[in-house]
Structures are given as C-alpha cells and as structure tokens.
Write a protein that binds this ligand. Structure first.
Ligand code: GDP
Ligand code: MG
Length: 307
C-alpha cells in the first residue's frame, strides 16, 4: 500500500502505554446495614487474600462499619496491574431518622471530584493526578422479593445523578431462582418508572454509517449486561465443601453454594463486569460524563462569584 504512514498503529501504542501504566478502579459499596457489604469487599479481594489469615477469622465479633473507610490492593494478572480500591460505608436505612442518611456518602463522592479539580487547576501539577474518584457504586438491595424501598429509590436517584451505579441483589442465597428472577424484573420496572438511568449508558448509535463491528459488539454486550443487572450476588469470607472440593461459599437450607459458580449466583459475572469487560468504560465514563458535569458546574459557579 503506497502512502501508508502507519498512523493506525498509534492506537495500539497508546493502548500498550495505558496497559503498562496499569489501571486504578475505585469502587464504593452502599446500602442498608447487614446486607453483606463488608463481606462483599472481602469476597471481591478474596483470591488475593487467600494467604491473609486475618480475613478468614471464623468467629469475628459482630463487626459494624461506622465510618467511610477505603482499602486498596494492587492486583497483577499477566503483567497488567490493577489498583483496586474499595470504599466501605456505614449502612443506612435502619436509623430511627433516615432523613439525609445518604448525605455523607454523596459528600464523599463530590469531595473526590473537588480534590481532583483542585489538583487539575494547580499550576505545575503532577503529570498524573492521583485518582480517588469513585468509578462505580455497588448499591445493595435487600432480598425482600417484593420491591425496592422508598429509600432505595431516593438514594439510587441521587447517586445515579453523580456517578456510575451498579445495583446488586444482596444475599441472593435467601431467594429461590424463581423468586430472584421475579424480583429482578420488578426492580427493573421500578427503576424505569422512576427514570433512574444506570451504567452502562448506551451512547453508540448503530444506525450511524461510521459504526464499526466493534461498536455493534459493544452495544450487544451492554444490552446483555443491562438484562443481567441487578446482579444477584452472594458473598462469603469462608470456604465450604462442594463436590468434595473446598470453594468460597455458603451453606444454605438448600445445600452449599459455590459463589464462583455462575449457576449458583452472579458474583463472577459482577466481578467480570467490573474488572474485565467494563473496567475501562467505568473509568472513562466517570471522567468524561460525571466528573465533567461536576467540573462545569463548579467553574460556572466560580466565574459567577468573581463577576
Ligand atoms: P454490612 O453491614 O452490609 O457490611 O454487612 P456484613 O458484611 O457485615 O454482613 C452482615 C451479616 O450477613 C454477616 O453475618 C455475614 O456473614 C452475612 N452475609 C454476608 N453476605 C451474605 C450473603 O451473601 N448471604 C448470606 N446468607 N449472608 C451473608
Ligand atoms: Mg459493613
């Protein structure tokens, strides 16, 4: 091919550089107390904590999360580094006065945007700003089998206005597969009824002539994920024996659950979604959509205050 300058390889070069640099994914868990948020934090890290005895203590006294707390682990797979931070939050919804119980959570998320903006506006800033912006909130829904609670709707609405939110049905082992499917359907209807739009957002217009095969595949994958969401998850910090093998799981009335088994629950689909298929999209959407909205508002307010 004459005139070929190899410009197309630029994307591969950029990709290589990005991959070498590694990724930072900041997650946050939110929801009522006792729904297994802290357990899920440890479950998501479990494969990397197997040698850590502290996480396997069988008889912890009742543990309560009383403040917003972040733990970070660097995970490396095939030479790619992922800095995974999970921010655990105290549960809400069970106090006598639930009014504004979500405020500290919303404030935390906005504070991370504000910190990032401050650093961005600093002259001679570091070439790479340490990113503490929350890329996804895992929102825990109680496995009632009926419907969302009024507080879920309020908080989901508030959160989805400022960041990527991924709802999960907590402690899914307390529902049968049929109950789970019906509950999931009901939740989807309620989200739609309340105009709560969640990640992954559909921004690819497949009627456009410039749409590529990759765009179409992405759109199909997003639709598949939208069908799956909310993920019905089970968390565990212990092993159980299933078919003679020790696996991460729980014993239930119906037998033992292997949380990694896709026919038992959707924990591994959730983990895949977060750390594989939608990792880059979560990070990009946070920067391009949510942070940008915050930034514009702040800068407009700043300008008005100095006029
Ligand atoms: P948090 O208040 O949301 O942080 O909840 P915790 O993680 O502290 O868990 C509360 C209780 O629920 C603990 O006894 C956990 O062992 C239990 N638990 C956590 N995840 C699950 C789950 O997926 N299924 C069941 N049945 N119990 C769970
Ligand atoms: Mg907790």
């Amino acid at each position: 091919l004459t005139g070929y300058v190899g410009f197309d390889t630029i994307t591969r070069q950029i990709e290589k550089k990005l991959v070498k640099r590694g990724f930072t994914l900041n997650l946050m868990v939110v929801g009522q107390s006792g729904l297994g948020k802290s357990t899920m934090v440890n479950t998501l890290f479990a494969a990397h904590l197997l040698d850590n005895k502290a996480t396997q203590k069988a008889s912890d006294p009742i543990r309560q999360t009383t403040e917003i707390n972040t733990i970070t682990h660097v995970i490396e797979e095939n030479g790619v580094r992922l800095r995974l931070s999970i921010t655990d939050t105290p549960g809400f919804g069970d106090q006598i006065n639930n009014e504004n119980c979500w405020e500290s959570i919303i404030k935390y998320i906005k504070d991370q945007y504000a910190t990032y903006l401050r650093k961005e506006l600093t002259p001679n800033r570091d070439r790479r700003i340490a990113d503490t912006r929350i890329h996804a909130v895992l929102y825990f829904i109680a496995p009632t089998g009926h419907s969302l609670k009024p507080i879920d709707i309020i908080v989901l609405k508030k959160l989805s206005d400022i960041c990527n939110v991924i709802p999960v049905i907590a402690k899914a082992d307390s529902l049968t597969l049929e109950e789970r499917a019906a509950f999931k359907k009901r939740i989807k209807e309620e989200l739609a009824f309340n105009n709560i739009v969640l990640f992954p957002y559909d921004d690819v217009d497949t009627d456009d002539y410039s749409v590529t095969e990759a765009d179409r595949a992405e759109k199909a994958l997003n639709q598949e994920m939208r069908d799956l969401i909310p993920f019905a998850v089970v968390g565990s910090e212990r092993n159980v024996v299933v078919d003679g093998k020790a696996v991460r799981g729980r014993k239930t009335r119906w037998g033992s659950i292997n949380i990694e088994d896709e026919t038992h629950c959707e924990f591994s689909q959730l983990r895949n979604f977060l750390t594989r298929t939608h990792l880059q999209d979560l990070i990009e959407t946070t920067g391009i959509v949510h942070y940008e909205t915050f930034r514009t508002k702040q800068l407009v307010a700043l300008k008005e205050s100095t006029m």
